[in-house]
Each structure stands twice: as structure tokens, then as C-alpha cells.
Design a protein around this ligand. Structure first.
Ligand SMILES: [Zn+2]
Length: 263
């Protein structure tokens, strides 16, 4: 992780999204507003515990995969809370989409609101709530909000044209305002104390980085306690739209210049 100070604003930059935990761990009680292509809401240590349980079963050391997976995950979380392992050792066994669950389960942060492009119909993680889904809100601490299109689009199915419009509008006022209202509907004081977290793969077109109106984004930058940015260079290339030449460096440099202008 490296940190830079841009016009008085502390920005932490990491390669892999889970590494933001290094910056988040000193702000208990803070909320996180995350912009991401993916939702990153898998259960903590899922990959690590899955494969370790798998190998234990194959060697005859345990019988039930699901139970062992649960135990291994709980064990890792307890080890961190008891100070037996540090955040770098946590990250050694955490994938880049398992950190939000870890952050809320260890009370590192309070509520996480993820504005994502990817939309999940359901989640197997009990700590996750899908906004605008069929379920009632049960006070989960991770909220996924993944609108299919820009506010006001009346099309029944949102095709390629809508996908392009939605991507171009990533930080346009109308699009972000809708997300902000949703976040505040779950916790009215959400934006009194928050981290602005950005995965570079949230930006999929050149136009998305050159919005026409972005007062909401500016306010979000200005009022945040800190900004964390995950480069995820491979994801940027995979998620960008056809014809786009975006790279994580291009996204980062543009974000820094926006922050410089408005801070
Ligand atoms: Zn649409």
C-alpha cells in the first residue's frame, strides 16, 4: 500500500482490493461507500477455508466440508481479533472479493454500501443485503446496490445502449444521487463519517471519467475521511467496454486530477 496526499486529502492506493484493509483498520465505526464493478461480498477466507477443508477431507483428517470450512474461517477471524495474526497475514489468505465481510465481522468498519455494476440475484452471505431485491432489510452491514440502468430509463429490457449509458454515467450526478439516497435510507447518518473506496474497474469507458455534472462526486470526495483506491489492473482490462483503452494507471491519474481540482 502506498499513500499520497492530494490537496490535503489522504489517498491510499493498493493493487489488490482486499489490501485496503490496511488503511481501514484504524477507523472503527466508520462507514464505507464503495464504487466497484464487482460486489466483493464473498464470505471472508472462503477460498482459503474451502481448499484447506478440501485437502483435510482428502487426507482423512475431517469429515464434513461445510462444518470445517466454517470452523477454519472463524479460527482465522479469532486469530486476528486476538492479535495472533496481523493484517498482512490476514491478506495472505484473503481474496480480493472477501475483504468486506472480514471488515464488518471484525468491526473494523460499520456499514458498507457497494454501488456495483455486477448485480447478484441473491447472496449466500448472511451479512449481505441486496437493495431493491425481494427480501426485507434485516440490518445486514453490507448492502449491495446494483441498478440495471440510469434513473429514469423506462425501457423494459436494458440492452447494449443502456449498458453504455450506465457506464458513461458512473459518477454523473443523477446516477450517484440515487445511490446516495439509497445509502441514507438504510442509515441516515451514513455520510457523516465514511471512507470513499474506489476500485478502478468501476470505470469502463473514457467518458465515465469525464462526467458532465459531478457535484455529488465532488462532495463525496470532499467530505470523506479518506479515499482508498484499488488498482486491480487485470480487472480494469477485463471489465472495460469494447473499444475502450482504459488501464488502471489512466483511471488513477484521472481520479487524482479530479481530486486535485476539487479538494
Ligand atoms: Zn435502460
Amino acid at each position: 500500500m502506498r499513500s499520497i496526499n492530494v490537496a490535503g486529502k489522504e489517498i491510499f492506493i493498493v493493487q489488490s482490493h482486499n489490501q485496503v484493509l490496511e488503511a481501514w483498520r484504524d477507523s472503527p465505526g466508520i462507514n464505507v461507500f464503495s464504487l466497484d464493478y464487482h460486489t466483493d461480498t464473498k464470505t471472508a477466507f472462503h477460498n482459503y477455508s474451502y481448499w484447506r477443508a478440501d485437502s483435510e477431507i482428502k487426507s482423512g483428517r475431517c469429515g464434513n466440508h461445510e462444518e470445517r470450512l466454517y470452523e477454519l474461517t472463524e479460527e482465522k477471524i479469532s486469530q486476528y481479533l486476538d492479535g495472533q495474526i496481523n493484517i498482512n497475514q490476514v491478506n495472505d489468505n484473503l481474496k480480493h472479493d472477501e475483504h468486506l465481510d472480514f471488515a464488518v465481522r471484525t468491526d473494523m468498519v460499520n456499514i458498507v454500501f457497494v454501488l456495483s455494476t455486477n448485480r447478484n440475484a441473491s447472496s449466500s452471505n448472511p451479512n449481505v443485503y441486496i437493495a431493491d431485491g425481494p427480501e426485507e432489510y434485516g440490518h445486514q452491514r453490507i448492502i449491495e446496490f446494483s441498478p440495471q440502468c440510469v434513473p429514469g430509463c423506462s425501457k423494459k429490457t436494458h440492452g447494449n445502449e443502456c449498458l453504455g449509458l450506465r457506464a458513461d454515467s458512473s459518477i454523473e450526478d443523477s446516477f450517484l444521487l440515487d445511490a446516495v439516497s439509497h445509502a441514507e435510507s438504510f442509515k441516515s447518518s451514513f455520510f457523516e463519517n465514511y471512507i470513499l473506496d474506489i476500485d478502478c474497474d468501476y470505470f469502463n469507458t473514457e467518458k465515465s471519467l469525464h462526467p458532465e455534472n459531478f457535484e455529488i462526486f465532488k462532495r463525496m470526495v470532499r467530505n470523506s475521511r479518506m479515499i482508498t483506491i484499488a488498482l486491480e489492473p487485470e480487472c480494469v482490462k477485463i471489465c472495460r467496454h469494447e473499444g475502450s483503452g482504459l488501464t488502471s494507471e489512466i483511471v488513477l491519474n484521472r481520479l487524482i486530477s479530479i481530486i486535485e481540482e476539487i479538494s
